[in-house]
Design a protein. Structure first.
Length: 86
């Protein structure tokens, strides 16, 4: 799964090249498909007898705790932002 992770985030570096790659083009054609492949590979790797290092890292107690904090923040920031927008 690590190869898909590196490839997905490496595509974002295309925006820094001399070519005119805009954000929507890079995300739609490269990043989203590669990141989806990464998530699928990690999900399948979780079910294996010996998961890879990146799967163990994302499944660690620290990352699980941070994910538990991040999700409520993600859910709440939209409505709170709308209240204080104007």
């Amino acid at each position: 799964p690590i190869c898909y992770f590196v490839a997905a985030y490496s595509t974002l570096l295309l925006r820094l090249t001399q070519f005119d790659f805009n954000d929507a083009m890079v995300r739609a054609t490269l990043f989203v498909p590669l990141y989806t492949k990464f998530l699928t590979a990690v999900h399948r790797d979780c079910l294996s007898a010996s998961p890879s290092m990146i799967t163990r890292f994302f499944g660690s107690k620290t990352m699980t705790y941070l994910g538990g904090l991040a999700f409520p923040m993600f859910i709440l920031h939209g409505p709170i932002g709308q209240i204080f927008y104007k």
